[in-house]
Design a protein around this ligand. Sequence first.
Ligand code: FES
Ligand code: FES
Length: 216
Amino acid sequence: MPSICRYYSKRSFIIPSVPGFGTKLIPKWDLHGSVLELCGFHPGFKYWSRGALNPLRKYDMLVDISLSINGTRYSNSIEPRTLLVHYLRDTLGLTGTHEGCDTSQCGACTVIIDGRSAKSCTVLAVQADGTDVMTIEGLAQNGEYHPLQEGFWQEHGLQCGFCTPGMIMVLHDFLSQTPHPTEEQIRTALAGNICRCTGYNNIVKAAQYAANKMSG
Ligand code: FES
Ligand code: FES
């Protein structure tokens, strides 16, 4: 049962001690009677969690997933609790997808899953098993920027750039369904994405630039 780790204030696992495994093999870790309390912030957790002696693996608590990301197939064994945004950033190193709020409010983590935009902080990586995912890294083709990327450049649609990958991915989905949007429709499409810098006007202009270019 998950609990709160007393040292790192993070959710932790309670793992029953395993005869022949637990206490002797991992003596420096946090032991409470007959149970071992761990969270991802304990030193050495990542090293240990990948090892052959990992009790999660022993009890089949790692899950195999296989999915296509930007046209490349990836297969990994992950903890079921892993969020898609963490899988992309921490496991695969695709750090173009940003994590702002982790509570489904800012939209910085938006990616495309099977053609539709989704906030990857609200999707478990296991839920994306078997899907086609596109991240900001997959947008440019053959060294050429996508019209949306061009639009943000031409219309000064970014300042710090933190929100930009999420803005572009949600607009990518939106423009595929609404090739000739009104300004109001663009603003509605962006309602789930927060920018702290630009005031939004230039982001709307960037979307209009892309819509014009993509519709010829
Ligand atoms: S990090 Fe996903 S919505 Fe903010
Ligand atoms: S450009 Fe800074 S948050 Fe949008």
